[in-house]
Design a protein around this ligand. Structure first.
Ligand SMILES: Cc1cc2nc3c(=O)[nH]c(=O)nc-3n(C[C@H](O)[C@H](O)[C@H](O)COP(=O)(O)OP(=O)(O)OC[C@H]3O[C@@H](n4cnc5c(N)ncnc54)[C@H](O)[C@@H]3O)c2cc1C
Length: 388
């Protein structure tokens, strides 16, 4: 495995980093306070052709891999772009669009990918329900075939981008008796009659992304919008997309580790106490060293997870370890960064407090820490826990 970036990868990384530093970071307090995804940012991402990074060129995308997508998300948050808006962007690029790239028919690709790649359309992915979180096999939302369309009923919740999305990848049960084996994935146009979305939830962090409840009330979906076959939603569509989703979303929090270091080092060098810059004190230095090790380990896990996937090799273990590690490292890093800032770390204008509010999601979304630790143990030992 060669760790050097290609010229093309370097150019993408630097372009995203510089854009985020100059145009995005200065507006992060405003984004955080708005509790909405910033549509001005979407227009910039579109103009830069960063909405279809992993979509094949024949459908108007950049035709790049998971490595490049992760480099872009990591660069954005390292430069100070907020994790919330990056989550909205990454959701579109990964779980909102990839199911069509990986599992779509030629007709589905032709119809939807050019709009998603150009950013004319925004996408979302809807699995979670009010009664269905970690136990995804228990989906209650139903899809019943009626003539040449399915009729969709039920409620999804915590759906990122739902309110602004034109297209949704929705998982519903076509056979409740089969559990996970009865789940089917559908491409749903979000302006279809019968779909309503709540206002964005009022979260502590990641406030530049929007999560809403989505109600499906007798929504008709053309049968040709089913992804693969009935019952393939979890076992095929889900499995084919899982490592991409896990790795791409984790890259968002990898960049934050770099951002926390940059701000902490700059502050510790200029803040004087007892006649010395506080960076001279061993306890501060240890925190910075720990933050740097966490960042470098996260980047190694990111590189390996991406390399495996881009070379057609399963990275189930690596992407899961990467996700668990990033959740723990972000909580550590954010808490230490604020500690280095002292009381000023608690003020919004110092722009470090947001890291702690944003970090918690990395231990919950896209597979909670407890569920992923269970997955790792299962892969290592071949045994299951008492509960799952
Ligand atoms: C900001 C945000 C964005 C999101 N975006 C999306 C999206 O775009 N699309 C989507 O479909 N979903 C989305 N989600 C939902 C997310 O995937 C779920 O929150 C996550 O899967 C956990 O489910 P839950 O919150 O219902 O927790 P629960 O499953 O209810 O779990 C609660 C707690 O119990 C623990 N737990 C559960 N079962 C076990 C067990 N067997 N053993 C040990 N511990 C257990 C969990 O780890 C957790 O700590 C989003 C969530 C958030 C907060």
């Amino acid at each position: 495995m060669d760790f050097r970036l290609t010229e093309e990868q370097k150019m993408l990384h630097d372009a995203v980093y510089n854009f985020a530093k100059n145009e995005w970071e200065p507006r992060t307090v405003e984004i955080d306070e708005s509790n909405q995804f910033p549509m001005w940012l979407w227009e910039k991402l579109r103009t830069n052709q960063w909405c279809g990074i992993m979509v094949p060129e024949q459908y108007g995308g950049a035709g790049l891999g998971l490595t490049e997508a992760c480099l872009a998300f990591e660069a954005a948050t390292h430069a100070g772009g907020d994790t919330g808006a990056t989550l909205g962007w990454a959701t579109h690029c990964s779980i909102g669009t990839l199911p069509i790239v990986l599992c779509g028919t030629p007709e589905q690709k032709e119809k939807y990918l050019p709009k998603l790649a150009s950013g004319e359309w925004i996408s979302c992915f809807a699995l979670t329900e009010p009664n269905v979180g970690s136990d995804a096999a228990g989906v209650e939302c139903t899809a019943v075939l009626d003539g040449d369309s399915y009729v969709l009923n039920g409620t999804k919740t915590f759906i990122t981008n739902a309110r602004i999305a034109n297209l949704g990848m929705v998982l519903a049960s076509t056979d409740r008796s089969k559990g996970a084996g009865g789940l089917t994935a559908f491409i749903v146009e979000m302006n279809s009659p019968g779909i309503t979305c709540s206002s964005p939830f009022n979260k502590i962090g990641n406030r530049g992304s929007e999560q809403s409840e989505v109600h499906f009330d007798n929504v008709r979906i053309p049968a040709e919008n089913r992804l693969l076959g009935e019952g393939d939603g979890f076992k095929k569509v889900g499995v084919m997309n899982l490592e991409y989703e896990r790795t791409a979303l984790t890259a968002i929090w990898t960049g934050v580790l770099g951002y926390n270091i940059d701000l902490s080092v700059a502050y510790a060098k200029q803040r004087q106490q007892f006649g010395q810059p506080i960076i001279r004190y061993a306890q501060i230095r240890e925190k910075i060293a720990q933050m740097k090790m966490d960042y470098d380990i996260a980047k190694l896990l990111m590189a390996k997870s991406c390399w495996l996937k881009d070379n057609g090799i399963s990275g189930a273990m690596e992407s899961t370890e990467y996700k668990v590690f990033i959740g723990q490292a972000n909580m550590r890093s954010a808490a230490d960064a604020i500690q280095i800032f002292g009381g000023y770390g608690l003020l919004k204008e110092c722009k470090i407090e947001r890291s702690l509010r944003d970090a918690k999601l990395a231990q919950i979304g896209a597979g909670s820490e407890q569920m992923l630790l269970e997955v790792i143990t299962r892969m290592v030992s071949g045994t299951r826990s008492l509960t799952i």
